[in-house]
Design a protein around this ligand. Structure first.
Ligand code: BG6
Length: 527
């Protein structure tokens, strides 16, 4: 592989190729919620790009299912427009070929008759296109529809009971609203599909740099020996977003940052950083270790929710020089909303490796810029040989895995400033993903490919999603944001005794988040 040398680290010639280069067997991709944004923005561009890389089987069909009355042609044109907008289509002949493999089916997701018709449509398309009977059902609908769709698929013989090929189901987030609803949804899905045919999406796992966390830890012998309480002082994981609600006010009011980002994406990052090395990179081994790690997170009690968790909501401010409204002024948001748009928390992991090492995680909307990273902050040198030289205090070494944007890895250490005196200054050794040349594949590309290959390593297993909810549900309870029968925990519900701090849009979050670290004599890094 030809790569250029960038900065101080060189991308070596050794290349270990994983299983991702295999082309899946012919299959039909059936997407529910096909008229929605995800299909146009992410799924179809990902399929298109897989096709471009020769990773989509020639015998393939896409069947879009949604409530809206649309014909095949109107559906195809909408997708083509989406490709132009979101994939910068540069090979129209490719779409010309693909478009004949795309079909639309209208259904309200509740009528068994319509699912029987869908079954006949699938058989007809498969016959005409010579595809065989492999089917990948993708649920990109509002979450209330997940269980009814799975149930109807089972009822008309399209579920795990289908014998004409494989029948797999991919489920988008959110997977449940708390531990109880996630368990219920798992039980409902399991009544139709076996676990190894259920693919729960967390799109962060499809990101190259997120997969690189394990590669970095386990393919190099120099870091893993340091990866424990003896050498690590603490870890900071940040997912900062500069965007606001992007027209998703109604969804976000019900969700909030904890459900939207922490229970899934942030806990996934934490698991990958902190889990024990799996014996092999396969679905069972990797996920077993992630689940063990999630179980080792110290449970939040009422005191810990009060003292170790900060929730915030943005008020009007400026992001990138532009004035933006406060959260409560956004459309779909109630005027006294208690929904958090920012969360920071301190997590402790009660196991041999991490005892006493805090993991500080944070995420928020309307922060100054988009930046996701993991910073491992090492303990200071145990003894300073330079203490009599006036060199000053030695700073801690820091290893930063930059997930996005500007993907890369930085290592910060002290170096002697040239000159007659001993002066020590922090310097950075930096690797940038740009060194690999071509752009990285989109997360959805990798995830769709893996689902079609039947590889669930990068998907969340039943016990994993429940373990993550088990960690976060007590926080929601402490905030008074769990659902009470007959109501949804909407924005106005909340435990007003636990403060919801505010922060100006365009700032790095509420003061309370700084105080959380200050109590431990630490500070947040600037991403
Ligand atoms: C989604 C959340 O899961 O992740 C969004 O629902 C958020 O609110 C998005 O903006 C962030 O994803 P990415 O890939 O842009 O970091």
């Amino acid at each position: 592989m030809a790569v250029t040398m960038e900065h101080a680290l060189e991308v070596g010639a050794a290349e270990v190729v994983g299983t991702g280069d295999r082309r899946p067997a012919p299959f039909t991709f059936v997407v529910f919620g096909a008229s929605g944004d995800l299909t146009r923005r992410k799924l179809v561009p990902a399929l298109y790009s897989l096709d471009k890389r020769g990773l989509l089987p020639e015998k393939f069909a896409l069947v879009g299912v949604a409530r809206r009355p649309l014909g095949d042609e109107a559906f195809r044109s909408g997708l083509q427009e989406g490709l132009r907008q979101f994939a910068g289509t540069d090979q129209d002949w490719r779409w010309e070929r693909l478009r004949n493999q795309v079909f639309y089916f209208q259904s309200n997701y509740t009528d068994p008759g319509s699912f029987r018709e869908l079954a006949s449509l699938l058989e007809r398309v498969e016959r005409e296109k010579g595809i065989g009977g492999n089917r990948l059902f993708y649920l990109a609908t509002p979450p209330e529809a997940y269980a009814p769709i799975a149930e109807l698929l089972g009822a008309v013989g399209l579920g795990g009971n289908w014998t004409g090929g494989y029948s797999r189901i991919v489920v988008e987030k959110p997977f449940g609203r708390d531990l109880e609803t996630a368990r219920r949804l798992n039980t409902q899905l399991h009544s139709v599909f076996p676990e190894d045919q259920i693919f729960r999406i967390d799109h962060y796992l499809g990101k190259e740099t997120v997969q690189n966390i394990l590669v970095f830890r386990l393919a190099n012998s120099i870091f893993e020996p340091l990866w424990n309480r003896q050498y690590v002082d603490h870890v900071q994981i940040s997912i900062a977003e500069s965007i606001g609600l992007e027209g998703r006010g109604l969804y976000y009011e019900e969700s909030g940052a904890l459900r939207d980002m922490v229970q899934n994406h942030l806990l996934q990052l934490l698991s990958l950083v902190a889990m024990e090395p799996p014996a092999s990179f396969d679905a069972h081994a990797v996920r077993d270790e992630k689940v063990k790690l999630l179980h080792a997170i110290r449970p939040f009690d009422a005191k810990a929710v009060r003292e170790s968790v900060v929730r915030g909501q943005y008020v009007a401010g400026r992001v990138a020089g532009k004035a933006v409204p406060g959260y409560r002024e956004e459309s779909g948001v109630v005027p006294d909303s208690q929904t958090e748009t920012y969360v920071a928390m301190k997590l402790l992991i009660d196991n041999w490796r991490w005892a006493g090492v805090p993991f500080y995680v944070r995420t928020g909307k309307r922060l100054p810029r988009r930046a996701t990273d993991v910073a491992v902050v090492f303990r200071p040198a145990p003894h300073s040989a330079f203490r009599h030289t006036g060199a000053g205090a030695l700073d801690a070494n820091e290893l930063v895995l930059r997930i996005q944007p500007d993907e890369g890895i930085g290592l910060r250490f002290g170096a002697k400033v040239p000159g007659p005196a001993i002066r020590i200054q922090d310097v950075d050794m930096d690797f940038s993903y740009g060194a690999f040349g071509s752009g990285q594949p989109e997360a959805y590309e990798r995830l769709l490919l893996d689902a079609a290959l039947g590889d669930s390593t990068l998907f969340t297993r039943r016990d994993e999603v429940e373990a993550a909810w088990a960690v976060m549900t007590p926080v929601l309870e402490g905030w008074g944001r769990v659902d009470t029968p007959g109501t949804m925990a909407g924005g106005a519900v909340g435990n007003r005794e636990l403060p919801l701090s505010t922060y100006a849009a365009g700032s790095w979050g509420p003061m309370a988040a700084d105080e959380l670290l200050a109590r431990d004599s630490r500070t947040w890094r600037k991403p």
